[in-house]
Design a protein around this ligand. Structure first.
Ligand SMILES: [Zn+2]
Length: 596
């Protein structure tokens, strides 16, 4: 039967380029994978809640509204009452720092507050003043505040990295829990006696800049880390799960996991600082995934204390997903970029995959991987290629998998982090080598993962896609599902099939079909591919790799706010004296919580 000619109406929707901002998570690997894992590992510390002080400021707003405003003729509703106090708080921090936001970052609206301050006004009339931010920080922090048990409520809020509308949240019957009240009163000890507290609750709602500066000095975001802040100790106990959370833990271990993650970060900070290594996403990933951290000058073998083995292993699972996802997103951006160049003619997957046979690919990969490749790369197998990195040959089993660990260490040519950096650099985005690199990243990651497949940790990772928890194993890709899929497709031995066969399947199943399913699933996500088998067409222009560990930065900032970590002038983090004592004390408590 003759093939139907491609009809233009379907393609018309691409007459305008789809802006890249319309596509956030093209394969669903972030929201449906990393975000779910991180939400368990750092529950209540989302990527948009990095400042610890805000967690005592909110209960104080509720308390202050109750004490000094509610029931008066001019009283605002609680939500508006919080928002006007937040506005004053933002300006107070800027006023205290003479025009700059708190170190470590201000709240949303700080930029406008800075501009307002720079105009030199002596008084702020909050009743009439334009809001510094359309979406107050409250929107980002509210769920975490509730989930940490600071309000009386039995309902759990979604633990999300995205700001959500709180239309379902009734502010008017909010009550502080005993814990929330304790925090509020601690904040109030100093703040309550300041003029700003009285004025912001009054009918006029007018504060002098000098008074606001005093408020910032005592209650500001970065000021929490100063000694003698009475709310700080309680905040620390809350984040480290040293208070009784009672029913507010649906998973039974969310709060303990957060505690362990924070202890792990402190412990890594301690070890990194000795070698002057920076505490950042790359270092953290190196430590939990490779067991070592490296930079140009030094290489540090990280020792994970037994109390932290469990949590460090869960973070390792997080990074298996992360590296696999970088590979798939790398394939997606390569595909879209290639197709973009071909316009409406598009290409077949077979013709794209055939590019792996180009001599240039062999030449480039020989250089990148520091090996001498012979023949065509497309005909080679993952097993034969990885043997050159010291990985055992043969069927992919536990023994082969375990040989990846000593064979491929951090920042060596075959290593996941090296390949990730290379893919993110976009250096090979428009060349055929750009197809090979994410495939190698996927293969190394899944080969290393194999040894975990039947462990409790592998099961925990698979839980992200488990229908038992309301997830969808057909749409939610995690390493356990992908290894199962590959094993089925290649009769148990994908490791020994050719790169061409493997790439062809992976492109169809985990990139093209996955993106199509995602754009059906999410109405706010645009579809960048038009598939008319065997052809694929795309308008091109999408080259973003979205995978991050967004909560880590917030966790490090919160530990800084709590006075446990400080950064020196070379951006190397150290434990403070208090941090050292605290870590030692908490590590003495033995906890084991491996899932059974
Ligand atoms: Zn400050």
């Amino acid at each position: 039967m003759a093939k139907k000619p491609q009809t233009s109406p379907i393609l018309l929707r691409w007459s305008d380029y789809v802006p890249a901002t319309d596509v956030q998570d093209p394969l669903g690997l972030g929201l449906r994978g990393s975000a779910r894992l991180a939400s368990q590992l750092l529950y209540c510390i989302t990527s948009i809640t990095p400042r610890a002080r805000y967690f005592s400021f909110i209960p104080w707003c509720v308390f202050d509204h109750q004490q000094r405003e509610r029931g008066r003729p001019h009283a605002l509703g609680l939500r508006d009452g919080i928002i006007i106090r937040e506005q004053a708080f933002t300006l107070a921090c800027i006023a205290h720092h003479e025009g700059e936001p708190c170190s470590g970052g201000g709240l949303v609206g700080s930029r406008d507050a800075k501009t307002w301050f720079a105009n030199g006004g002596k008084e702020a009339h909050f009743k009439t003043m334009k809001k510094f931010s359309k979406n107050p920080a409250l929107g980002a922090y509210l769920n975490s505040v509730v989930n940490l048990g600071l309000f009386e409520t039995d309902t759990q809020r979604p633990d999300s990295d995205e700001e959500v509308a709180h239309k379902d949240f009734t502010f008017n019957d909010i009550k502080l829990s005993a814990l929330g009240l304790d925090l509020a009163k601690r904040f109030d000890q100093k703040a309550g006696s300041l003029s700003t507290a009285k004025q912001i609750a009054s009918k006029e709602r007018c504060c002098s800049i000098d008074d606001l500066a005093k408020f910032g000095k005592h209650g500001g975001l970065c000021e929490l880390s100063h000694k003698g802040c009475v709310d700080r100790e309680l905040l620390r106990d809350i984040f480290f799960a040293l208070v009784d959370f009672k029913v507010r833990d649906p998973e039974k271990n969310s709060h303990p996991f957060r505690r362990q993650s924070l202890l792990l970060i402190l412990e890594l900070c301690r070890q990194f600082s000795i070698e002057k290594l920076r505490l950042n996403e790359a270092g953290f990933a190196g430590a939990v995934y490779f067991g070592e951290v490296a930079n140009d000058e030094s290489r540090l073998a990280v020792v994970i204390p037994p109390q932290l083995h469990d949590i460090a292993t869960r973070w390792r699972m997080f990074y298996f997903h992360h590296f696999m996802s970088v590979a798939f997103e790398g394939l997606f951006s390569w595909l879209v970029s290639q197709l973009g160049n071909r316009g409406l003619a598009g290409a077949t997957v077979d013709s794209l995959v055939a590019q792996l046979d180009e001599p240039g690919v062999r030449k480039n990969l020989s250089e990148i991987l520091a090996v001498d490749l012979k023949g065509s790369f497309g005909d080679l197998t993952p097993s034969a290629l990885c043997a050159k990195a010291g990985i055992k040959e043969g069927a992919l089993d536990e023994v082969v998998s375990k040989s990846v660990d000593p064979g491929v260490t951090t920042l060596t040519p075959f290593a996941e982090d090296t390949l990730e950096n290379l893919i993110r650099s976009k250096e090979h985005l428009y060349s055929s080598t750009g197809l090979a690199l994410p495939m190698i990243l996927m293969a190394v990651t899944l080969a290393r993962y194999k040894q975990w497949e039947t462990t409790n940790y592998g099961e925990w990772l698979a839980g992200v896609a488990d229908p038992k928890f309301g997830h969808n194993p057909l749409l939610d890709l995690v390493p356990p599902l992908v290894t199962t899929g590959l094993t089925r497709r290649f009769d148990g031995d994908w490791w020994n099939c050719s790169w061409k066969e493997l790439t062809s399947f992976v492109l169809w199943r985990y990139v093209i079909q996955q993106h199509e399913s995602m754009s059906y699933e999410r109405t706010d996500e645009r579809c960048l591919l038009q598939v008319e088998r065997p052809k694929v067409v795309s308008p091109g222009r999408f080259d973003k790799i979205g995978m991050v560990n967004g909560r880590l930065g917030s966790a490090i900032q919160i530990l800084t706010d709590l006075g446990l970590i400080e950064e020196d002038e070379n951006k190397v983090s150290h434990l403070t004296e208090e941090g050292e004592t605290f870590l030692m004390r908490e590590m003495a408590k033995v906890v084991t919580n491996e899932v059974s």
